[in-house]
Design a protein around this ligand. Sequence first.
Ligand code: MG
Length: 398
Amino acid sequence: MGTAAIIVAAGRGVRLGGPVPKQYQTLGGEMVLTRTLRAALACSELDAVLVAIHPDAPPLYAEAVAPLTDSRLLPPVHGGAERSDTVRLALEALEPRAPQVVLVHDAARPFAGPELYATLAAHARAGESAIAAEPVTDALWREADGHADSPAPRAGLWRAQTPQAFPFAALLAAHRVSLGAGGPPALDDAEVFRRAGGRVRLIPGPPENFKITTAADLARAERLIKAEEGRMNDIRTGHGFDVHRFCPGDRVTLCGVAVPHERGLEGHSDADVGLHALADALYGAIGEGDIGQHFPPSDPQWKGAESHVFLSHAGQRVAARGGRIANLDVTLLCERPKIGLHAAAMKARIGAILGLPEDRISIKATTMERMGFIGREEGMGALATATVALPAAGEAAP
Ligand code: MG
């Protein structure tokens, strides 16, 4: 399957001394752009996320992405004068990666969920361009002198949203043609694509996927988030435990980090006790079994597997239940190697795998005071606890 990239257009409205543009305003304790990117990164079908920013915005952008450690987030590019210039410049920047499909999204639409991204990407993979849009249901009036003058037919009218998804090469070609053609700037990528002769399917997007443009929109977004958080009151805790035996080798993989050691760890996968205990804690919290059930050791395809696959699957199961990880706590049990030097890298790695801020992750270690099988250095172990917030029973997350 070819790769899918997403361009998040955050290029507008930054003026030094002017009001902070909506994509950098605070919403529910973090920047709008941070929420938008977190939602995109929650979609595992997206392989690369590129933000196009205003040349004056780097300090704001740095603040927005500080809580995000996902390696799919690329360094930002600078946008242009018009939105279509911004998107074209971002497409040119992506060209060397040659993604199969590209989605374009507004930075100020933080409520597009992973399912919407996945649905649109699937259309583009099948060769069909598609945009999220909402059918118009209100009566429409043409105004004259502040009065309703004549009704306008609403049948067949849709309001365009983003994301908008296209085969990558076709959208880049359409933008290049549009650049040479002159004429008024296109309002969105669907227009650019249609001007170049393409067809664009309309996919119903949810009403929550509105664009934050005014102060009233920001207040509506705050209310949506408060309501969402109020529903997340079904708090679950899970624990996990794992051990692996030492074997000949020169490193051990612990919490996703290769740690030099005079031996390795024996196991069907990469024998990462930390990530195994953590994945089991997450499965435990949502009552969905353990790693062995989702990735049977009898299945040869998981032999030598890197354990981030297991952890990210457990994280996706939490997300699929509409849940959120509150915190993770891992204790590694070994006499050696020393863990302290590597704990920061382990937190960063787990944060990147799950898209979770590092202040919600804890890594610590203890020796066994030379007692028992761990004390004799026959192997090592790990304990983990996970706390997860799910929507209250009977209330699905929006
Ligand atoms: Mg294991």
